[in-house]
Design a binder for this molecule. Structure first.
Ligand code: PML
Length: 244
């Protein structure tokens, strides 16, 4: 028996921490305790626990690559070149980049979920433009094993948890049919972002923004047709990933 756990924590109305887990019934206690300790500070926390019926498991995550640049402009040019390698037109890739730079919410600033950008028209396709689309119900089959493997590959502690979460999320996105993803964090201290896609893998890129900048989020480049199936998969299909 498996359960999906989703945790979201806020401080003064701002999102400060979130986590997705899929665990066996006997691990629930331990994982819930760990999630309670995850945010440094919060004044509201929501935890949703759901029994899962049809759990899918895929053997491998997207392969990881890392590139560091001196200047943000160089990092952005590289991100655009990767999006083009996934078949995204330059004008659409640039539209996605500009949207993320200024904050994708219609009011300006961050969104809770991702933007769905049509790769043909550049239009936004998410039904609710304030909320966006959230990729949920995903995890590693053995999270600790993957953590150790990443440490062995030289990933520093500071990056570990975020990389674990973002790689699993990006892998699920590609599995569901997202053509390419552009992301960087809304955490002002975290300047590493990534571009992901079936052909290019999961490409970590630094720096995607200035330190101290609180604007971030995710743009999913998608095809207009089959949108309903895509959204159902991203939000509804529970998925475990076995290995790196
Ligand atoms: C990584 O270091 O590979 C993760 C980059 C993106 C993190 C996005 C986020 O945590 O909001």
């Amino acid at each position: 028996m498996f359960y999906s756990i989703r945790m979201r924590a806020e401080l003064k109305g701002d999102h400060v921490s979130g986590a997705e887990r899929i665990v066996r019934a006997e691990e629930l206690d331990k994982v819930l305790k760990a999630l309670l300790r995850r945010p440094r500070e919060y004044d509201r926390m929501n935890i949703t626990i759901e029994k899962i019926e049809n759990l899918l498991c895929i053997p491998k995550a997207l392969p990881i690559y890392s590139h560091d640049f001196k200047r943000i402009e160089e990092a952005h040019d590289f991100a655009i070149s990767l999006l083009k390698r996934e078949g995204i037109r330059e004008d659409i890739a640039l539209r996605g980049l500009e949207l993320l730079k200024r904050g994708p919410s219609p009011k300006g600033g961050n969104m809770r979920g991702a933007v769905l950008m049509d790769i043909e028209s550049g239009e936004r396709l998410e039904p609710d433009k304030e909320r966006g689309i959230r990729t949920v119900r995903f995890d590693w089959k053995n999270r600790n094993k993957i953590k150790e493997l990443l440490k062995e590959r030289g990933i520093k502690r500071f990056y570990l948890e975020r990389l674990l979460d973002a790689l699993a999320l990006a892998t699920k996105n590609v599995y569901c049919g997202v053509i390419a993803e552009l992301c960087w964090s809304d955490d002002p201290e975290y300047t590493t972002g990534y571009v992901a896609g079936r052909n290019i893998g999961y490409v970590r890129i630094k720096p995607m923004k200035e330190e101290g900048n609180p604007i971030g989020g995710r743009i999913y480049f998608v095809k207009g047709e089959g949108l309903e199936n895509l959204i159902n998969c991203l939000e509804g299909t529970p998925l475990l990933i076995e290995d790196l």
